[in-house]
Design a protein around this ligand. Structure first.
Ligand code: HEM
Length: 418
């Protein structure tokens, strides 16, 4: 199978800018295509009928424009949707939408309620626990040597962290992972009818688990996020039980399905860049910048999108209200117009890396950004410093997702622990 570097070296052969998520090369390494799109067709009409913008300034402007919408009623309106997509949308209509799919003022009201419980102090409290979780896991892995970096490490860290932070009851990690993986597939534009059925099933399972967890937690409140959110609901401040469930579900799924790819993509980038790997190994000053640079270099969330409610000028192109515009976060993060000539270079000491748009921008800016960065920093630096001989056993496979980009299986040999 081709790898990222093969596709980079084929770059000169690409001539026509296109955005084709069915192209296996695009899934392995979308960056050469992004470059063509930015240079030749920065406001590109995709085969799905929507537009995609790939330059940093356009992505930033669309995300921050208040005259845009993410409301599922607006975004579905007037679209010619295949039957299986209608089925999926109908199945989700009996639950309140998550804040990701709500516009102000509804979005503002709900976000404020959860933001109050999701404070920087609360996140900082998680640093100690995250360090413990990572160190325990590395102790266990030291006995194995050959592991799948995704299944055995990158997934486990954020899963256990968000599980503990919410204060959820014990559950079979692999079952819950399966439900949540089927569910996040619904974010992808190329979802198949079979995946729709699996997502409806996964969503139902997850909903049952979280509904039971909620009832259990009401009887045993603790020092955790779920108890805090229940207190907000019981305080009568406008969070209904279905809204509470939808919020927990988003926090739980967003809490691990993205960070798994920060750790997996980030470690892969470092293993392909020995000089940067050695910096991480020997220079603790990188700890403050590493997570942002790994997020910038290979963004775990590659696209977001907005429906325009007013006309916009994007890279000199007039775009009319009513267009659905995908914002290619991963491309914006590599745009030399913004980052200069080093846009494609991994530099774990890059000072302006926090300006990346991997967490979006504007009112929907990721609520878990500080948590994700803390987890990414601890997981990647501790892994490398504990196992300085870590090496790739065979090249990873990719998860075939164009929104949540990540490695599916990533076999590594940890070597001897330090
Ligand atoms: C590396 C990890 C992560 C990445 C790359 C990421 C990325 C994003 C992005 C791009 C958005 C905005 C989507 C849009 O504009 O449409 C977002 C929103 C959100 N994220 Fe994250 N996320 C990560 C981790 C987390 C974690 C750990 C949590 C929670 C525990 C979380 C919770 C949320 C929530 C609740 C929203 C919705 C915010 C809103 O609509 O106001 N995320 N995330």
């Amino acid at each position: 199978m081709k790898q990222e570097n093969d596709i980079n070296s084929e770059m000169g052969k690409l001539v026509e800018a296109s955005w084709n998520p069915f192209d296996p090369d695009f899934l392995i390494n979308p960056y050469p295509q992004y470059e063509l799109l930015r240079d030749q067709d920065p406001v590109h009409r995709t085969a799905f009928g929507n537009l995609v913008v790939t330059r940093f300034d356009d992505v930033f402007e669309v995300l921050r424009n208040p005259n845009t919408s993410v409301d599922r009623d607006n975004t579905a309106e007037g679209m010619d949707r295949p039957e299986h997509i209608k089925k999926l949308q109908d199945a989700s209509m009996d639950r309140p939408p998550s804040i990701l799919m709500l516009d102000p003022p509804e979005h503002t009201r709900l976000r404020k309620l959860v933001q109050r419980t999701f404070t920087p102090r609360g996140i900082e409290k998680m640093r100690h626990l995250t360090t413990e979780i990572v160190e325990d896991l590395l102790d266990q892995l030291a006995e194995k040597r050959e592991i799948d970096l995704i299944k055995d490490f990158s997934f486990v860290v954020p899963f256990v962290v968000i599980h503990s932070m919410l204060g959820l009851p014990d559950a079979d990690m692999l079952d819950v992972r399966e439900w949540s993986q089927t569910l996040v597939q619904t974010l992808e534009p190329n979802i198949s009818p079979e995946q729709v059925d699996a997502a409806i099933w996964g969503g139902t399972q997850l909903n049952e688990y979280l509904t039971e967890a909620l009832a259990w937690k009401r009887n045993q409140p603790g020092d955790d996020l779920l108890s805090d959110l229940i207190a907000v609901e019981e305080g009568g401040e406008g969070l209904t039980e279905p809204e509470l469930l939808s919020m927990i579900s988003l926090l739980f799924v967003a809490g691990h399905e993205t960070t798994v790819n920060l750790i997996g993509n980030g470690t892969h980038s470092l293993l392909n860049s020995p000089e940067q790997f050695n910096l991480v190994l020997n220079d603790p000053s990188v700890d403050s910048t590493i997570a942002d640079e790994l997020l910038r270099f290979d963004s775990p969330v590659q696209n977001s999108g907005r429906l325009l409610l007013e006309d916009m000028e994007l890279s000199g192109v007039h775009v009319e209200a009513g267009e659905l515009v995908l914002t290619a976060l991963g491309s914006a993060n590599r745009d030399p117009r913004f980052w200069g000539d080093s846009a494609h270079v991994l530099d774990v000491k890059r000072q302006d890396a926090p300006r990346h748009v991997s967490f979006g921008s504007g009112v929907h800016y990721c609520l878990g950004a500080a948590l994700a960065k803390m987890e990414g920093e601890i997981a990647v630096t501790k892994l490398i410093r504990r196992f300085p001989e870590i090496s790739i056993t065979s090249e990873p496979t990719y998860n075939s997702r164009i929104i949540l980009r990540g490695r599916e299986e990533f076999p590594v040999d940890l070597g001897s622990p330090k």
